[in-house]
Design a protein. Structure first.
Ligand code: DC
Length: 216
């Protein structure tokens, strides 16, 4: 059996990595996992059960129960769940539990596209292609705000642009500043700054890099 062809995509919140990952997965006919949903699912379970977000034993039990097959991106998109997820994500034993599930997904078939914060550095350090997607906090807040506008009534989100911008900055601090698996580019990652690049350009740039890295 040949080695799975894994594409690792990391970057901060609302950098465009999710859209890029989905487009690449579709074009290459590979399964895709948004690993942020796994942290969001733990946060959602804790919030629903009215449990604290900083009790590691309780959070690990919730993480063990997460089924990657039934993650609902619409339910988990709520702004407050993203905030709670970045708190849950600082706990090392929660990360170990979720990373184990993410690795199983990555290695289950002919390959996969995974996006998150630590895919190229921790989850799949041997991925054949790695991208680090970024954009300025203002550009990212603008994108997230538009998404919230479009989805508003569906998810009950009501965050203003200012709230989203300050949350994005705080989230960056938490994601980049945590001791375990902080967000940072892998040494061998291709950097894609999408501040002034539309998704089509980012997608075609990434696809040509993938094609030149794939020996097949
Ligand atoms: O990408 P997102 O907004 O859905 O991620 C939610 C939180 O989950 C984010 O603040 C940090 C955490 N996360 C992580 O620590 N590692 C990952 N691989 C993916 C997400």
């Amino acid at each position: 059996m040949s080695i799975p062809f894994i594409i690792a995509i990391d970057g901060p919140a609302a950098s465009g990595k999710g859209t890029l990952s989905r487009r690449l997965a579709e074009a290459l006919e590979l399964p895709h996992l948004d690993t942020g949903l796994t942290y969001r699912a733990v946060a959602h379970a804790l919030l629903q059960d009215k449990q604290p977000l900083d009790d590691e034993d309780i959070a690990v039990e919730a993480a063990k129960k997460i089924d990657l097959g039934v993650l609902d991106p619409i339910v988990l998109a709520v702004h407050a769940i993203g905030e709670a997820a970045s708190k849950v994500a600082v706990m090392s034993r929660v990360r170990i539990t979720l990373v184990d599930k993410q690795r199983q997904f990555a290695n289950a078939g002919k390959g996969a596209v995974l996006d998150g914060r630590d895919i190229g550095t921790v989850v799949c350090p041997d991925a054949q292609v790695k991208f680090y997607v970024t954009a300025s906090p203002e550009v990212r807040a603008e994108r997230r705000w538009k998404e919230v506008q479009e989805r508003g009534n569906l998810t009950g989100s009501d965050a203003s642009f200012e709230t989203i911008l300050s949350d994005i900055k705080l989230r960056d601090e938490r994601d980049m500043g945590r001791a375990d698996s902080p967000l940072k580019p892998a040494e061998d990652a291709h950097l894609l700054d999408t501040s002034k690049m539309d998704i089509e350009t980012a997608f075609h740039t990434a696809l040509s890099i993938v094609k030149s890295s794939n020996p097949k």
